[in-house]
Design a binder for this molecule. Sequence first.
Ligand SMILES: Cc1cc2nc3c(=O)[nH]c(=O)nc-3n(C[C@H](O)[C@H](O)[C@H](O)COP(=O)(O)OP(=O)(O)OC[C@H]3O[C@@H](n4cnc5c(N)ncnc54)[C@H](O)[C@@H]3O)c2cc1C
Length: 267
Amino acid sequence: MHIIVCVKQVQDWDIPPSSFKIDEATKVVTPPAGVAPVPSQFDTIGVEAAMRLKDNDPDAKVTIMSMGPEGARDVIKHSLAMGADEGLLLTDPLFEDLDWYQVALVLSAAVKKAEDANLVICGRQAVDWDMGVSGSGIAELLDWPALTICKDVQVSDGTLSVERVLMDGYETVEAALPAVVTVSNELGEPRYPKLQQIMQAAKKQVTVWSAADLGLDASQLGADARKLTLERLYVPVSDVECLIMEGDTPEEKAQNLAKALAEAKLI
Ligand SMILES: Cc1cc2nc3c(=O)[nH]c(=O)nc-3n(C[C@H](O)[C@H](O)[C@H](O)COP(=O)(O)OP(=O)(O)OC[C@H]3O[C@@H](n4cnc5c(N)ncnc54)[C@H](O)[C@@H]3O)c2cc1C
């Protein structure tokens, strides 16, 4: 089994939203300077899912794939320290500012080029743009089944069995490999790399592929080839008012709350 885990490099989600600058005219978001990017939260959980499969099948190969700038090497290294075997960095000026379809096109082209890959694991969504489409897009372009938002991933005799998280419970779904799985936080905490693993990760191979290596060019990756256009980028203005109910006792506070709701004609 060859598992490819898609790991996106994103801005640290601990950065307060107010620190980002949004240029509405150019539709560009600028994060605060000097904060190191991190792997997207759900993608590290994807690495954990792959490592649990490798724990049960030590012959399984786990490749960490990231599309982004040269700096995305750092998120690959972090995942390699969790025990993955190899890294794959997809980097090219043509890979900047892609839409969801083009992201899936690049990632699926790399899976095809890897030839022997038979399981792709993605996060349920990237924690920056939160679109949650890339995993299903990769599956569509590869013509593989997509099993989304999973909390448990098992493989036995070439059959994939997952537990999907639903609004009101869970469902178990099976599919034959090859397939694409997206994972959710219910899968559990990702393992923490030990110091020795971090040192070993530095020696693991990271292959670099460009657009040309994947047989892609500007006719597929340029602005004219986008399927979905970003119309507007802005900070929503919040007109929410917070009212603290006064009162010496819970009963008095409740009475004041009921009075305020009645005055607002809500009850
Ligand atoms: C300046 C700018 C302009 C944009 N304009 C548009 C636009 O016009 N139209 C539009 O649709 N989108 C636009 N986007 C959004 C951007 O293209 C999204 O990244 C894309 O739509 C995929 O959504 P997502 O990043 O939320 O990933 P999701 O679909 O939420 O990601 C799901 C999973 O896919 C994998 N994945 C995603 N990206 C990568 C990656 N780079 N490397 C490895 N794995 C990955 C990860 O496993 C991730 O957990 C723009 C972004 C920027 C910065």
